[in-house]
Design a protein around this ligand. Structure first.
Ligand code: GLU
Length: 309
C-alpha cells in the first residue's frame, strides 16, 4: 500500500488558538499512527494578513507541542507560477471565464446562499459575448464552470457527503480580481504537488471538499482521503478567533507545559478518558478516529481554569 502522506497547512496570520492546535494534532496523529509522512506547508496566500514572522512563530509553536514534520513544502507566496500554470490548463479545457461581478452585484442578484453562507453564483458573466467582455471595465476575477452532477465522498469522521456543485455552489473563483489566487485552487495544486494522500483539518472546511475533489480530478491528481475535526468553541458557543487572541499560544506557553495542553485537549474531544499530562508522541498509541467527538466541543470558562490550575 502507498505510504500515507499527511500535511499541516497553517495560515500564518496570528498565533494559534486551541482549535488550530487540535486540528494540527489530529492531522499529525493520523499520519504518524500509520508511520506516515508529514509535510508542512505555509499557506500565506493572503499577503496582508500572513507574514514570514508569524510563520516562524507558528513553526516554533508546533515544535514546542511536539508536532513535527519530515519536509517543508514551499510557502504559497512562492507558488504563483504553479498556480498560473494550473489556471492555464483549466482555461485550455474551456472551463474558466472572466467575471466582473462585485459583491454588490451578487448581493443585488438575490442569488440563494450555499450551505457555507456564500452566494450560489447565478451565472451572470458565464456566457458574455467577446464584445460584452471587451466593454467591461476593470480587472476580472476568474471562475471555474462546475458540472451539474453530484460529487460524493466519505469523510472519515462525518461519513458520506454529497453536493451538486452547479445547484449548491455555483461557478467558483480561482483567481481574484486583485490578481491573487483563491484558496481552492492553491490548496489543490499544492496537495497534488506534495503527494498528499490524506487531508485532516478543521470541519469549517468540510464544505470545500466537493470543489477540491472536482479540481483535483480536472488537474489529474489522485483524490486524497478526507477527515474533518470538530470545532472548538469558546464559552457560550462562540467561534474562537486568532484575531481575538483566544487563548493564543503566547499566553499558554508562558504558563503551562505542552503535555498539559495536549492532555486537556485530547480529553475534551474524547481521545483519552481522563485529563492528564501526555505528549504528542504518547498520544499516537491512544489515537483512533472513532474516539473523536463528532460534534463541536464548547470550551467553557472552566477550560482556562483547568489548564492553568
Ligand atoms: N490554511 C488553512 C488554515 O490554516 C487550512 C487549509 C487546509 O487545511 O486545507 O485554516
Amino acid at each position: 500500500m502507498a505510504k500515507t502522506v499527511g500535511r499541516l497547512a497553517p495560515s500564518p496570520s496570528g498565533r494559534m488558538h486551541p482549535g488550530n492546535i487540535l486540528a494540527f494534532l489530529v492531522a499529525w496523529l493520523s499520519a504518524r499512527s500509520v508511520s506516515g509522512e508529514v509535510v508542512l506547508r505555509i499557506e500565506d496566500l493572503d499577503r496582508v494578513r500572513c507574514t514570514p514572522e508569524w510563520a516562524e512563530i507558528l513553526k516554533d509553536d508546533l515544535t514546542w507541542l511536539g508536532i513535527t514534520w519530515d519536509r517543508e513544502a514551499p510557502p504559497q507566496r512562492d507558488r504563483d507560477s504553479a498556480f498560473e500554470e494550473a489556471l492555464d490548463r483549466l482555461k485550455d479545457m474551456g472551463l474558466v471565464f472572466p467575471c466582473w461581478c462585485t459583491r454588490g452585484v451578487l448581493n443585488a442578484s438575490r442569488a440563494p446562499h450555499a450551505t457555507d453562507g456564500h452566494w450560489i453564483y447565478p451565472g451572470n458573466c458565464r456566457n458574455l459575448t467577446p464584445e460584452e467582455r471587451l466593454a467591461k471595465k476593470g480587472l476580472p476575477s476568474y471562475r471555474l464552470i462546475v458540472p451539474d452532477r453530484e460529487i460524493c465522498f466519505t469523510d472519515r469522521l462525518y461519513g458520506e457527503r454529497r453536493e451538486n456543485l452547479a445547484r449548491e455552489c455555483g461557478d467558483f473563483v480561482l483567481k481574484k480580481a486583485d490578481g491573487s489566487y483563491a484558496y481552492q485552487l492553491a490548496v489543490v495544486v499544492d496537495d497534488i504537488a506534495c503527494g498528499v494522500t490524506e487531508v485532516v483539518r478543521g470541519c469549517d472546511l468540510l464544505g470545500s471538499v466537493p470543489r477540491q475533489i472536482y479540481l483535483t480530478e480536472l488537474l489529474g491528481g489522485k483524490t486524497p482521503e478526507y477527515m474533518h475535526v470538530p470545532m472548538l468553541l469558546g464559552p457560550g458557543g462562540r467561534k474562537l478567533s486568532k484575531r481575538d487572541l483566544d487563548l493564543d499560544m503566547g499566553q499558554l506557553r508562558a504558563r503551562i507545559r505542552p503535555q498539559r495542553m495536549l492532555g486537556e485537549l485530547a480529553f475534551r474531544v474524547g481521545l483519552i478518558d481522563s485529563s492528564r499530562e501526555i505528549s504528542a508522541a504518547e498520544l499516537i498509541s491512544e489515537y483512533s478516529p472513532e474516539k473523536l467527538s463528532k460534534t463541536d466541543v464548547e470550551l467553557g470558562n472552566d477550560f482556562c481554569g483547568c489548564l492553568l490550575a
